[in-house]
Ligand binder design. Structure first.
Ligand code: PLP
Length: 398
């Protein structure tokens, strides 16, 4: 039987119809007033989304481009940064920092663990020369949520910039940039924002801008494409430095409108509820999530029972039940299944995902006696929707 295809990967994520229609619009010229109006609206929406008064610069690249832009603009060769490496994307920070010629102190954690603020504090106290902390708000390779707010409380009183990769956090769980004191927050288009891949966004705090501008020579930006100063100067004129990804920005205009109609708190609440739903059903199936406590709100990593090949399960879930999920990376390949629940997905999609998980598990020779895992998941969903303060729900995770 051919089922409807459901994309439940932790990025890319499905697109609302309104966004798909906006993407299909014909070309316009990007230096004309009509498109400037789009960029103006988009800029307002992005600042609202990032919860910042600073410009949020749209870049035509994937999320890793924004990570590169941040490191190359904020730091100079020889400077030292602290990297929290608890998964694939933490490792990417280390690679980018090395390419920029930075000295790195790395906190390496087992995949599935969040860093403790005490550990970051200790590293910062041990070496006052550390100019930046590079971290993921949400480590998508494992499904961990790092305590960005608590780490910002450590960096904001020091001459240390906090650079947070919010690629699977922005628009998914609270990360109010200005209130927390995050110095650089970045994200990509293909996760919480309900857009195709191809756009990334970076915002800097006033003190991060001071660092960018403090480079010894005004020509110090070693890259011409990712020169954030010139991007900002253009942004302030409702322009981009180079030819922008016009269709994607048209799509963003619509997705931000949808976001604003619903409200950030409501979106976070939905994300929290889908997370609770998934985790409850996973437990009911007798499975274990990889992350016990500080788990992210856009995906759930599920440990496969010993001897069961997660890659095979994924193939069956897609082929027989129409649900596309993701596997683990590196040493977690075959050992975890990552069920994405961010962006344009709702409880009905997650019911389908959980059902596919259970059926594919059985088809692979796994066993679960649970008959009420979906009901239990739904009950957890409804309960989580009623949480009085969704921001507090996140803080309790640490
Ligand atoms: C947390 C995180 N950082 C970085 C990246 C890399 O982004 P991209 O593949 O868009 O370059 C991803 C992509 O999945 C991610 O989830």
């Amino acid at each position: 039987m051919r089922n409807k295809l459901r994309l439940l990967t932790p990025g890319p994520t499905p697109l609302p119809e309104e966004v798909r229609l906006a993407l299909a619009q014909d070309m316009v010229h990007h230096r004309k007033p009509g498109f400037k109006a789009v960029l103006h609206r988009v800029q307002e929406g992005l600042q609202w989304l990032f919860q910042t008064t600073q410009p949020v610069l749209p870049l035509a690249c994937s999320g890793s481009g924004a990570m590169n832009a941040a490191v190359w603009n904020l730091f100079q060769p020889g400077e030292r940064v602290l990297v929290v490496e608890a998964g694939k994307f933490g490792q990417r920070w280390t690679q980018i920092a090395a390419a920029r010629g930075l000295e790195t102190t790395v906190i390496t954690l087992p995949w599935g663990q969040a860093v403790s603020p005490a550990r970051v504090d200790e590293a910062l106290q041990a070496d006052p020369a550390i100019r930046g902390v590079l971290i993921q708000a949400s480590e998508t390779s494992t499904g961990v949520l790092h305590p960005v707010r608590e780490i910002a409380a450590l960096t904001r009183t020091r001459e240390t910039l906090l650079v947070a990769d919010g690629i699977s956090a922005v628009g998914v769980s609270p990360c109010p940039m200005d209130e927390w004191g995050v110095d650089c927050l970045l994200t990509g288009s293909q996760k919480g924002l309900m857009l195709p891949p191809g756009l990334a966004f970076v915002a800097l705090s006033p003190r991060a801008w001071t660092a960018v501008e403090g480079h010894p020579s005004p020509k110090a930006c070693p890259v011409t494409y990712f020169d954030l100063r010139r991007e900002r100067d253009n942004c302030l004129k409702d322009q981009t430095l180079y030819t922008p990804a016009i269709n994607l920005l048209n799509g963003l205009d619509v997705s931000l409108r949808l976001f604003r109609e619903r409200g950030l708190e409501d979106i976070f609440r939905k994300q929290w509820a889908l997370t609770r739903m998934t985790r409850t059903a996973v437990h009911a199936l007798g499975l274990e999530p990889l992350v016990q406590r500080a788990y992210t709100w856009g995906l759930t990593s599920i440990l496969m029972p010993a001897g069961l090949d997660g890659q095979r399960l994924l193939q069956i879930a897609a082929d027989r039940y129409g649900v596309v999920m993701a596997g683990g990376q590196d040493h977690l390949k075959g050992r975890i299944v990552r069920l994405g629940h961010m962006g344009h997905v709702d409880f009905a999609d997650i019911l389908a995902g959980l059902y596919a998980l259970r059926q594919a598990l059985a088809d692979c020779g796994g066993h679960s006696g649970s008959r009420d895992y979906l009901e239990r998941g739904l009950a957890a969903y409804e309960q989580a929707l009623c949480v009085p303060d969704v921001y507090a729900a996140q803080l309790h995770q640490f």
